[in-house]
Structure formats: structure tokens, C-alpha cells
Design a protein around this ligand. Structure first.
Ligand code: FAD
Ligand code: NDP
Length: 512
């Protein structure tokens, strides 16, 4: 990318990376592999409740990894309580969950990952500095190690990969919230069981945390300011909410907390915008994250950000040509670990291996790990209609009960039953293909709510990226009996007026 590589000799490092999370680590290691002299800074500022963690950034410590482990632990509960006895396991009614053991297992694994990241940097020959870094000029940063004088180092290129942190409304907006609430930075290492929990927010983090806490057996209420999962396919988002409700999560719709105070017995009393007042053992805020770029000395480097603190980059390049950014600090890009990693690695090859490859931010698959997961790639039905017009969109739908749950007669949470007859869990799986007719029914949106949606969506995302059409899905032979095979035999369109809910059958497939 820069032909003046020999200019780098004037600097201490060819590349200085600020932030040792998904994007920063990936770029640092790949750059070093390409022969660059690299330093990586990582430092964790404690959460509002004082929680700290090790090397590896959000995903490893307080994001994807502990979340997925708690999700798995929670799903075991659903299977133990509901299905195991039907499949012959003599588990009894008094199966109990121990929060402390779950946290211990999760944290032990996170610590082993911290260790492997540290040795990964050493093996790759990246200099790791455990300190907060801050620009003092466009080519210099300063840092202070504990008990030492400030040190300044220089770099030819810089990468900002400082990620984001959760936000809690200030005292002026919701009195008591900042002091009395926790966030995703705290939940995965919480010493005490969360107990009766209020989750504020209605997107990825809120619903994932509410989902695993519900399945672990805690009474959970979600306060939803507007709608669930803004920006996602509406039908699928509502399906996620419906299934969470059926598993026992309570929702307070169009409601926000107004005030919080501590009760004499240590609970948090919350006054809501609709006039309700209720006490909870734990309040978890999941109302979005802000880019962690404030303390970076941006003005000293001449860096500009958008109002939300993110960098408006062209191919990861900021307004200062030798300073780049990847991951959650990028404006208008998905905040996902594989996106940060891939952008970091591609950038490293552009900087140090004469590559011209660029990160493709289109058709990025994602999954929300709620008890019945929601995986998707491409666009929602709403966006498709907006972009191509209603008459040009054909939406194929299929709703069904997975074979294993059908055999076990999975029931709803008692809270969701309206009568003694109304106990069966409705079909939790929704398969959906959004196709554009004038493009030969090219699949522009793949959506799936159900078990293991994350695993299922990854492979289908390749098909969507390669431009697959509905016909390609139809000629694909299914793997029987699976939920994924539902996508090989979808015949009901929204426009047909027929029901897309299966009345029997073998989960996602047909048994002859
Ligand atoms: P981060 O991983 O956040 O790393 C930034 C690092 O920089 C941090 O260690 C920070 O302490 C450090 N830092 C900040 N400022 C400085 C400084 N001045 N000097 C030195 N170091 C500094 N994504 C998925 O793809 N799948 C998931 O299932 C998923 N689940 C998630 C669940 C939760 C609860 C959360 C919060 C996020 C989840 N994400 C998930 C998103 C994913 O974690 C982020 O997109 C990803 O971590 C972003 O990587 P990054 O490199 O931009 O920053
Ligand atoms: P989001 O920014 O996606 O969502 C914020 C949520 O909080 C919305 O529901 C929003 O409601 C609500 N909200 C915002 N402000 C308030 C307020 N003052 N009071 C009440 N509600 C409010 O944030 P998340 O924290 O859920 O996730 C951040 C990012 O992390 C995601 O975009 C995702 O990329 C990544 N992530 C990925 C995961 C995965 O891959 N599985 C899992 C978790 C996180 P409204 O719609 O009304 O604005």
C-alpha cells in the first residue's frame, strides 16, 4: 500500500496496534508474520462495577465466548427439565442449577484463552505492552507502566482497534441506574446468582442474556423501549420474542426505567415509564455500546470521528493516511468478531505483503444466540420490499417443530399457558427465503429461527454470497432428518395465502 516502507526505519515500529481484541490481535499477528516489526497495546479499564479481565478483548472475555458457554449451559437445562425424562434419563424433578459452578467453568476457560493469546503474540514476535496508549503526535504514542515514568514510542503505521464499551444512562437521565445496574461486562463473572433480573434493551445482548438467564431458571423481565431486534427481519424478530415468551421470559413493551433505588433488603426498586414499580435482584443494561475512542488523544494525531466516536474510514483508512481502524470502532460496519478479524488480516496483507484485497462488508452472516437462535444473511423482507418493490419479492416460508422436541412433547413455561389445554410449545422453527423474482428468484435474504441456527446459517451464507437462486435450494438434496433440510423443500409463498405451518412430519424434512 505504501511504497515508502524504508521510511519505517525512522520509527521504533512498522506498526503500532492499539487494542488487543479480535481485530487488533489478528492484524498484529498477520503483520508480524509478513515481516513487520509490531507492538500491540492492550489495557482493560474496569467496568462501572469494577470488573476487569485479561488479554483478548471483548469477544473472549465479556462477549461471544462466555456468552456462548452460558447459552450452552442454559440449553442443557431446557433439555434436562423437559426432554431428558421422556428419553429415559432418570433425572428427577429436583434438578438444580449452581451459578457459581457455571461462572467457574466459564472463567477457567476464558483464562486459558487469555494465556494462549499471550503466547500467540510471543510466538508471532509481536511486542505486547499491557498499558493504555494515547497519541501525542501523528507518529507517536505515550504509555505509562505501573510505577514507571511515561514512555513514548513511534510508529510508521497505526491501527486503532479499541472496540466499544456498554453504555448505561447517566444519573441525569435515569437516577440510580449507573450505580445499581450491571452490564455484559459484569454478568459472566458475577459472584452471586443474578436472581430475579430486569434486562433493559431489546437487541442482541439484551435478548441473549435474557434468554440464557431464563433457561437457567431465573425470573427475567425485558424492558423493551420500542421493538425487538431493530433492523432485523420483523417476522423472525417477533418469532424470537414469541419463543422467549413461551419459555418464560416476561416482556414489558414500550417501557423504559425512569428511576432506580436500593431497597432495605438489597434489591433494586425500578420505577418504569408506564407507572409500574417493581423490585429486582439484578438490573442488566444492554442498551448499546459506545466506541472506546475518547481517551486516545485523537486531536494530537489530527484524527476525526463521527459524533458517536467512530471512524468514518475508506477501506479501514482514517482521515490520517497512515492511521487505520478495524472492528467495533468503524462507523456503519457490523460489530462482529469475524468481521474485525478478517478486516485486520486483510489490512495487514495490504500494508506488508503487497496485497490489494479489500474487506467485503456485504452479506455478512450473523446469529443471535437466544434459546431458539436466529441466524440470517442478506436482507430482511422489509428491506427487500423497499429496494425491489413488493411485486418483485417472493417470500418462501416454513414453520415446524423439530423432530426431537415433537417426540418429547415439549411444553410451554406455565407463565405462557392460557389454560390447562394450552400447554404445548408452538412450532419454534421458522425457515424463510426472501427472493427477487426479476433476478430469477435470487435469494437475497436467508433467515432461520430454531435450534443451532448459528451452525446452519454459516454454510447457507456461502450459497447466498455465491448468488444462489431458489431453484438451487430446490435441487439441493436434504440431509435427513435435520432442521436444515427445511430449506430444500420450501413450496409455500407468503403471497399464496396457504399456511406455512407444518401440521406433522419429521421436523424440517419429509418422511416419504
Ligand atoms: P475489542 O474486542 O473490544 O477489543 C478492544 C481492546 O482494546 C479491549 O481489550 C480494550 O480494553 C482495549 N483498549 C481500549 N482502549 C485502549 C487503549 N487506549 N490502549 C490499549 N488498549 C485499549 N460478535 C460475534 O461475532 N459473535 C457473538 O456471538 C458476539 N457476542 C457478543 C456478546 C457480547 C455480550 C458482546 C458485548 C459482544 C459480542 N460480539 C459478538 C461482538 C464482538 O465481541 C465484537 O464485535 C468484537 O470483540 C470487536 O473486536 P474489536 O477488535 O473491535 O474490539
Ligand atoms: P444495539 O445497539 O444492537 O441495541 C441497543 C438496544 O438497546 C436496542 O434494542 C435499543 O432500542 C435499546 N436502547 C437504546 N437506548 C436505550 C435506552 N436509553 N433505554 C432503553 N432501551 C434503549 O446494542 P447491543 O448492546 O445489543 O449490541 C451491540 C453490538 O454487539 C451488536 O450490534 C452486535 O453487532 C454485537 N453483538 C453481537 C452478538 C452476536 O453476534 N451474537 C451478540 C451480542 C452483541 P431501540 O430499538 O428502541 O433503539
Amino acid at each position: 500500500m505504501d511504497s515508502e516502507m524504508d521510511g519505517a526505519e525512522r520509527y521504533d515500529y512498522d506498526l503500532i496496534v492499539i487494542g488487543g481484541g479480535s481485530g487488533g490481535m489478528a492484524c498484529a499477528k498477520e503483520s508480524a508474520m509478513q515481516g513487520a516489526k509490531v507492538a500491540l497495546f492492550d489495557f482493560v479499564k474496569p467496568s462501572t462495577q469494577g470488573t476487569k479481565w485479561g488479554l483478548g478483548g471483548t469477544c473472549v472475555n465479556v462477549g461471544c465466548v462466555p456468552k456462548k458457554l452460558m447459552h450452552y449451559g442454559a440449553l442443557l437445562g431446557g433439555k434436562l427439565h423437559h426432554d431428558a425424562a421422556k428419553y429415559g434419563w432418570q433425572v428427577g424433578k429436583d434438578v438444580k442449577h449452581d451459578w457459581a459452578t457455571l461462572v467457574q467453568t466459564v472463567q477457567n476457560h476464558v483464562k486459558s484463552l487469555n494465556f494462549s493469546y499471550r503466547s500467540g503474540l510471543r510466538v508471532a514476535n509481536v511486542t505486547y505492552i499491557n498499558a493504555l496508549a494515547k497519541f501525542t503526535s501523528p507518529h507517536h504514542i505515550t504509555y505509562t507502566l505501573k510505577g514507571k515514568e511515561p514512555t513514548t514510542v513511534s510508529g510508521h503505521y497505526f491501527l486503532i482497534a479499541t472496540g466499544g464499551r456498554p453504555q448505561i444512562p447517566p444519573e441525569s437521565e435515569v437516577p440510580g441506574a449507573l450505580e445499581l445496574s450491571i452490564t455484559s461486562d459484569d454478568i459472566f463473572s458475577l459472584k452471586r446468582p443474578p436472581g430475579k433480573t430486569l434486562v433493559v434493551g431489546a437487541s442482541y445482548i439484551a435478548l441473549e442474556c435474557a434468554g440464557f438467564l431464563t433457561e437457567l431458571g431465573f425470573p427475567v423481565t425485558v424492558a423493551v423501549r420500542s421493538i425487538l431486534l431493530r433492523g432485523f427481519d420483523r417476522q423472525c424478530s417477533e418469532k424470537v420474542g414469541e419463543m422467549m415468551f413461551n419459555l418464560g421470559t416476561r416482556f414489558k413493551m414500550q417501557v423504559t426505567p425512569k428511576r432506580m433505588s436500593k431497597t432495605p433488603d438489597g434489591q433494586v426498586e425500578v420505577a418504569f415509564s408506564n407507572g409500574d414499580v417493581e423490585a429486582f435482584d439484578t438490573v442488566l443494561y444492554a442498551t448499546g455500546r459506545h466506541a472506546d475512542t475518547k481517551g486516545l488523544g485523537l486531536d494530537k494525531a489530527g484524527l476525526k470521528t463521527a459524533a458517536n466516536g467512530k471512524f468514518e474510514c475508506v477501506h479501514e483508512q482514517t482521515n490520517v493516511p497512515h492511521i487505520f481502524a478495524v472492528g467495533d470502532v468503524l462507523f456503519g460496519k457490523p460489530e462482529l468478531t469475524p468481521v474485525a478479524i478478517q478486516a485486520g488480516e486483510i489490512l495487514a496483507r495490504r500494508l506488508f505483503a503487497q496485497s490489494e484485497a479489500r474487506m467485503d462488508y456485504e452479506n455478512v452472516p450473523t446469529t443471535i444466540f437466544t434459546p431458539f437462535e436466529y441466524g440470517c444473511v442478506g436482507i430482511s423482507e422489509e428491506i427487500a420490499i423497499e429496494r425491489y418493490g413488493e411485486n418483485d419479492i417472493e417470500t418462501y416460508l416454513f414453520e415446524f417443530m423439530p423432530l426431537e422436541l415433537a417426540a418429547a412433547h415439549r411444553e410451554k413455561h406455565p407463565q405462557a399457558c392460557t389454560s390447562e389445554m394450552d400447554v404445548d410449545l408452538p412450532p419454534p422453527c421458522l425457515a424463510k427465503l426472501v427472493c427477487v423474482s426479476s433476478l430469477g428468484e435470487r435469494v437475497m435474504g436467508f433467515h432461520y429461527v430454531g435450534q443451532n441456527a448459528g451452525e446452519m446459517t454459516q454454510g447457507f451464507a456461502l450459497a447466498v454470497r455465491l448468488g444462489a437462486k431458489k431453484h438451487d435450494f430446490d435441487t439441493l438434496v436434504g440431509i435427513h432428518p435435520t432442521d436444515a433440510e427445511s430449506f430444500t423443500a420450501m413450496t409455500v409463498t407468503r403471497g399464496s395465502g396457504e399456511s406455512w405451518v407444518a401440521t406433522g412430519g419429521c421436523g424440517g424434512g419429509k418422511c416419504g
